[in-house]
Design a protein around this ligand. Structure first.
Ligand code: TYD
Length: 207
């Protein structure tokens, strides 16, 4: 049986990495057959594209180029990593996917939904996630919690108004796609982890 595809989304500082780590520990301890991977990256070629996209010196990279590079890294990663794992019946948990492009490039960079849907049609048509967890916390709250740590890459350097637009973008697509589940993550990391686990069990993704 083909495996399930679950993606995690959230703004900068939403605690996504922490939640993925906790979920990974839980899945390992429960003997689940799974892989954890991330976008942009997850394969050698896609990781190299990631370095170009996130290079803090490329201040003049245009929004279209940025969106196309994310889409290129995405297809490579899908074909090289995600597809074989799903075909082998594994659960694939991916840190970010096409919804990041809708929120960051479509909404915050202003490219619009149609442009993003167009350049990501391969992913949208063939790899619609079985479930997407959106870690919901307004950016101001998230940044206050993060105490300004690790704000050095090109995306993280973008101003607060950019991150607020990203958040708005996520809220819009979450209202549109039933596969996206908003999980409030303003409490402790363990409370959030429990909410995520309960959701994945309820939806039949994990036992
Ligand atoms: P990363 O350091 O992995 O950030 P995070 O830990 O917040 O996931 O960097 C990924 C960056 O790329 C992040 O700022 C979000 C951005 N991104 C997009 O803008 N569009 C996309 O399609 C994807 C996958 C990521």
């Amino acid at each position: 049986m083909r495996g399930k595809f679950v993606t995690f989304e959230g703004c900068e500082g939403s605690g996504k990495s922490t939640q993925l780590k906790l979920l990974g520990e839980y899945l390992s301890s429960s003997g689940a057959d799974f892989i954890m991977t991330r976008e942009p990256g997850g394969s050698a070629i896609a990781e190299d594209i990631r370095k170009i996209i996130l290079n803090g010196e490329y201040v003049n990279m245009c929004a279209e180029c940025e969106a196309l590079l994310y889409a290129a890294a995405r297809i490579q990663h899908l074909k090289e990593v995600v597809e074989p794992a799903l075909a082998a019946g594994k659960l694939v948990v991916c840190d970010r996917f096409v919804d990041s492009s809708f929120a960051y490039q479509g909404e915050a960079r202003g490219l619009g939904k149609e442009f993003i849907a167009g350049i990501n049609s391969f992913a949208l048509e063939n790899y619609s996630p079985d479930l997407t967890v959106f870690l919901d916390i307004p950016p101001r709250e998230a940044f206050a919690r993060k105490h300004g740590a690790d704000l050095n890459d090109r995306m993280e350097k973008a101003g607060m108004s950019f991150h607020e637009k990203v958040y708005e973008g996520y809220k819009k697509i979450a209202a549109e796609y039933p596969r996206i589940h908003e999980v409030y993550c303003g409490g402790t990391k363990y409370e959030t982890a429990e909410r995520i686990k309960a959701l994945l069990i309820e939806k039949g993704i994990i036992k």
